[in-house]
Design a binder for this molecule. Structure first.
Ligand SMILES: NC(=O)c1ccc[n+]([C@@H]2O[C@H](COP(=O)([O-])OP(=O)(O)OC[C@H]3O[C@@H](n4cnc5c(N)ncnc54)[C@H](OP(=O)(O)O)[C@@H]3O)[C@@H](O)[C@H]2O)c1
Length: 356
């Protein structure tokens, strides 16, 4: 559900795009502008109104590829943002005061003060997996996620009841399901047996220790497509060097999501009480890698006849290339049940939008 932005000073009503199937009435509408917006619920014909509270959102991993876009999105809607980071200077350079007035930046000793009193916490932190996987790095890939998640969960659980955040949105990944060329995975599917599946299980396990009064949404994220980061940014130069042909057999599944859809999904999960439990963060139409490569080649204007050698991709993505080279077909059953309005359902449209 897209929250309508109403121009400041307007007194007109702005309707959301969700229509109750039984009542044929809008479920919510927004009145007024800026921080003075009011949310009005229509229930069985009676209108209950409630001042829409501005969210206060603490975010780990806010300085990353997904986090940066989420911060921009929340900032645009005038929510308060608290960036929980390991590096104040990095966060300050990404979120300068002139563009992000009121945004709070906190290093680890200050996380407690930020989490207490937040409406919600979004947990995105973790060491990047697109690296060469030495035993030490594999350990850190897992430990960084468990360490930050456990810390956030402890701080939430130890908050005073009145100051405890009501919502935790914690990242996980489609690697939870393991890899397969033939099976289709949804939120009910069991976990796989490989290293990334183990990382995801333990990462989710740390989040599941959150106080039972806190609404927890675990987003199992697919390969996020956006211009300024993620696997795609690393793949494009390789495709430009070669001819944009298939990778390996090309039969591997590629469960992708456009960055804007993922950020909208997280945003929606922050405020919509129906978003809880595991939710796959993938587009409705995963593709085989051959199709992804063909579409990427076509969008980049590269003919797709010369195969890109796996070794080239591994050179830039390290063993982390396995997320692209050994995939899984993951479908967003929960998001569809929840009526989440994907903007990018097909990879061609997503790639075109990114490259335009
Ligand atoms: N991008 C994808 O395609 C994708 C797919 C599936 C799942 N995910 C998951 O979604 C989350 C966000 O993804 P992203 O692509 O935005 O990640 P990203 O760009 O790599 O950013 C992750 C953030 O985590 C923090 N971080 C990095 N190394 C860390 C370490 N060793 N210990 C603690 N914190 C560390 C950093 O924040 P500070 O330096 O500010 O602390 C960094 O900005 C990640 O956990 C990722 O595994 C992403």
């Amino acid at each position: 559900m897209e929250l309508c932005r109403v121009p400041a000073a307007t007194t007109a009503f702005a309707w959301t795009n969700s229509i109750s199937s039984t009542l044929q009435l809008p479920q919510t509408l927004f009145v007024g502008g800026g921080s003075k917006r009011f949310r009005v619920w229509c229930v069985n014909g009676n209108i209950e109104s409630q001042k829409e509270s501005q969210m206060v959102v603490s975010i780990t991993g806010a300085t990353g590829f997904i986090g940066k876009r989420l911060v921009q999105r929340l900032q645009a809607d005038k929510h308060q943002i608290r960036v929980l980071t390991r590096s104040r200077s990095k966060a300050q350079s990404l979120f300068p005061v002139k563009d992000f007035p009121g945004l709070v930046i906190a290093e680890e000793p200050e996380w407690r003060n930020c989490i207490e009193g937040s409406t919600a916490v979004v947990n995105l932190a973790g060491m990047p997996i697109s690296t060469r996987w030495s035993p030490e790095i594999k350990k850190e890939i897992k430990q960084s996620r468990i360490r930050v998640t456990s810390k956030v969960v402890d701080l939430i659980n130890n908050s005073q009841d009145d100051d405890r955040p009501k919502v935790l949105i914690s990242a996980s990944a489609v690697g939870y399901y393991g890899t397969s060329e033939t099976r289709v995975f949804d939120e009910q599917s069991p976990s796989g047996n490989d290293y990334l599946a183990e990382v995801c299980r333990e990462w989710e396990g740390a989040a599941l220790k959150v106080n039972k009064d806190v609404r927890l949404a675990l987003i199992r994220i697919g390969v996020v497509l956006g211009k300024d980061g993620g696997a795609l940014a690393k793949m494009i130069p390789i495709f430009m060097m070669f001819a944009g042909g298939p990778l390996g057999s090309g039969n591997q599944w590629f469960s992708w999501i456009h960055l804007d859809d993922l950020v909208d999904l997280i945003y929606e999960a922050l405020s919509n009480p129906s978003y809880k439990g595991v939710i796959n963060g993938t587009a409705p139409n995963p593709v085989r890698l051959a199709e992804m490569c063909e579409q990427l080649g076509s969008v980049l204007g590269r003919p797709s006849w010369l195969p890109v050698p796996e070794i080239a991709l591994k050179a830039v993505l390290g063993e982390g290339a396995s997320v692209v080279l050994d995939g899984q077909k993951v479908v967003p059953t929960r998001a569809k049940e929840l009526g989440f309005p994907f903007k990018y359902r097909y990879i061609k449209d997503a790639l075109k939008a990114i490259m335009s």
